[in-house]
Design a protein around this ligand. Structure first.
Ligand code: PLP
Length: 427
């Protein structure tokens, strides 16, 4: 695309945008009487306008049916999670039974490590990306300790080369290779939360399997954002949250993927609970755990129906949009335009004051751009906020901006460029 840094051009792109009507399906925080420019879908997606109505319908079910709501009504609660798996399997590139919806992300990381981190005396190491989200670090450290290993010994972090911000795939693969004999698990982000780098999930999975270990992914920043083919890539397990690009509410329900090749593997440990028991016999309340078929057999507790309902409201918008593919097409254009306008601000100043550390290659990123502000970083961030741009701040000097295809516009991207330029004038 040959971008132009003009309002007319941005408006033309908005006019041609096949998703332009989807913006009205979301509630946008107001700033001085107008919609703010919300570029923070990487942290918390916006509320679908339909969400309250979906929740109200469940209040009605609860009022009218009470306990019978598990078995009666249009959407009985007992198998409600299955109403989500079709859309999710399209978004994540899986079979429907390889997915279930449950718990929160870090809890699921732990539950999946119970199954897939089975360290032995010699084969006990976990490889992860350096600078992973802290919850992942804490989860892995505590798992290593739980199994009697010193996290400093057991966890190998891969860091960017000196002077670089992101990881090179060749370095990741080499590190996996290097530790092959001692490796139990590679647990990587799909997209790194800080840099926005989208890792080569397929290559990492292949190298991990060659090293004789399991490959798992935290897809918090990838699910609903980038194209994934978890089944075909042979990924062993994954988990994600629904509150970022999937717009399902603060602390919204998480999901898990377990590849079908593991469904009948009796060697995998599980921390079982009755909601993972085979559904047809669950209410016999018999002793001796018999897992439900597929990923549903990893469920533990009664489904939180209100959270599932919010997730359904949000996923129905994805369905209406035609799934992830049309979102991806727009997302590449939006983020490419943001990159173009930021580089335009730099070019005008004759210096790279805003350094984009997210990869330039669109196959190695999603919607997010992470921008190192080389001067007055916090002041510039505050200026954005004061002018109605909601992004987010990461210490010491990084602003993350994520224009999201369902509810952001090209005009907003243009506007952000204008406000960034004005911020430099003022500071
Ligand atoms: C990459 C990543 N992992 C883990 C988490 C923690 O998720 P939760 O608090 O839902 O467990 C987050 C939250 O933003 C995240 O971005």
């Amino acid at each position: 695309m040959n971008y132009q840094n003009t309002l007319t051009f941005a408006r033309q792109l908005d006019e041609q945008d096949p998703l332009k009507d989807f913006r009205s399906k979301f509630l946008v925080p107001q700033h001085e009487g107008r919609d703010s420019i919300y570029f923070c879908g990487n942290s918390l997606g916006l509320q679908p306008a339909s969400a309250q109505q979906y929740i109200n319908a469940q209040f009605e079910n609860w009022k009218n049916l009470a306990i019978e709501g598990f078995f009666q009504g249009d959407d009985p609660w007992l198998g409600y999670h299955k109403k989500l798996t079709k859309t999710l399997s399209g978004i994540l590139g899986t079979q429907a039974d390889e997915i279930t919806v449950m718990n929160s992300l870090t809890v699921n990381l732990h539950l999946l490590m119970v199954s897939f981190y089975k360290p032995k005396k010699k084969r006990y190491k976990i490889i992860m990306e350096g600078g992973a989200f802290p919850s992942d670090q804490y989860a892995m450290e505590s798992q290593a300790r739980f199994h009697g290993f010193d996290p400093k010994e057991a966890i190998v972090e891969i860091l960017p080369r000196d002077g670089e911000y992101t990881l090179r795939t060749e370095d990741i693969l080499q590190k996996i290779n290097e530790h092959a004999g001692e490796l139990a698990l590679v647990l990587f982000g799909g997209i790194n939360y800080f840099t926005g780098q989208f890792f080569d999930v397929r290559a990492i999975t292949e190298a991990t399997h060659q090293a004789g270990a399991y490959a798992g992914f935290d897809l918090a920043h990838a699910a609903g954002n980038v194209t994934l083919q978890l089944h075909d890539w042979g990924v062993d397990f994954a988990t994600w949250c629904s509150y970022k690009y999937m717009n399902s509410g603060p602390g919204g329900i998480s999901g898990i993927f377990v590849h079908e090749k593991h469904f009948n593997n009796k060697d995998l440990n599980r921390f079982a609970g009755w909601w993972g028991y085979r559904e047809d016999k669950r209410f016999l309340m018999a002793p001796g755990f018999q897992p439900d078929a597929g990923a549903a057999g990893w469920q533990v507790s009664t489904s939180p129906i209100m959270l599932l309902t919010l997730h359904k409201a949000a996923l129905d918008v994805f369905e209406e949009a035609g799934g992830l593919a049309p979102l991806r097409t727009k997302a590449d254009l939006l983020t490419g335009f943001l990159e173009f306008v930021i580089n335009g601000v730099n070019a005008k100043r004759g210096e790279e004051l805003f350094k984009i550390i997210t990869p330039k290659n669109k196959n190695e990123r999603g919607s997010q751009l992470s921008i190192v502000c080389k001067r007055d970083a916090k002041k510039i961030f505050n200026y954005l906020t004061k002018n109605g741009v909601i992004g987010d701040w990461r210490e010491p000097n990084v602003i993350r901006l994520s224009p999201v295809p369902l509810y952001n516009t090209f005009e907003q991207v243009f506007e952000v460029g204008r406000i960034l330029a004005a911020a430099l004038e003022e500071n």
